[in-house]
Design a protein around this ligand. Structure first.
Ligand code: G3P
Length: 219
């Protein structure tokens, strides 16, 4: 499974990229606004930090303008992945950009039918939003299960399932259990993946016992 960071906070991305465990980054207009930075500058910075796909989302809603915006965003860096919403115009734009060889992440996916359309439009990634489905009392994981199963029925579908709107470690673990290709995680959720109280307890006991030996590995 690939791990992407879901943020436009360059400092958070740099810290996590240093682990060597980050395969890409996703942003959206809300995350860009939260960064308080110029869109093109922050995407360029992120692309210089993480060599994997960096999603930068268009702001228009009509196909013609989305296409122009997507083409412009793609010039920022070779690893920019243009993000478009799952609308008719968004999928028309996805088809046009993917036919030109530009990677496209289709976002705001909330149904298996939408996911199937995105694959037909040549999406590089489909972003089903699990947390927002949970928020309205549905089980977001059902969408991941359905999408992974449907895509597996058609060997020509190369679209990767990029689980988004992840709010917890169980969301990540269940996504991996279901066979999703990518998870995009807020920095605070990524940090929770490392933590377990028994790891902390066991390490403390190891260090206490090692100290009692009076030895040093480096001399
Ligand atoms: O990548 C999409 C993600 O940023 C949305 O997350 O928590 O706002 O539903 P959330």
């Amino acid at each position: 499974m690939k791990f992407f960071v879901d943020t436009a906070d360059v400092n958070a991305i740099s810290d996590l990229a240093a682990t060597g465990l980050i395969d890409g980054v996703t942003t959206n207009p809300s995350l860009i606004a939260k960064s308080g930075r110029n869109f093109f500058e922050v995407i360029a910075d992120i692309c210089s930090i993480v060599p994997g796909p960096v999603s930068a989302e268009v702001a228009a809603t009509d196909h013609e303008t989305m296409l122009a915006e997507g083409r412009k965003l793609a010039t920022i860096a070779a690893n920019v992945c243009v993000k478009v919403p799952l609308t008719i115009d968004g999928l028309k734009t996805c088809k046009a950009l993917s036919d030109e060889g530009t990677k496209v992440n289709v976002t705001l996916c909330f149904s298996p039918a939408q996911a199937l359309l995105a694959a037909k439009a040549g999406a590089t990634f489909i972003s089903p939003f699990v947390g927002r489905l949970d928020d309205i009392g549905q089980d977001g994981m059902d969408l991941i299960s359905d999408t992974v199963q449907i895509y597996r029925n058609y060997e020509h579908i190369q679209t990767e399932v990029l689980v988004a709107s992840i709010r917890s470690v169980p969301h990540l673990v269940e996504s991996a259990r279901l066979g999703a290709d990518v998870a995009t995680l807020p920095p605070d959720v990524i940090k929770k993946l490392f933590n377990h109280p028994l790891t902390d307890k066991g390490l403390a006991a190891f260090l206490k016992d090692w100290e009692a030996t009076g030895q040093s590995i480096l001399g």
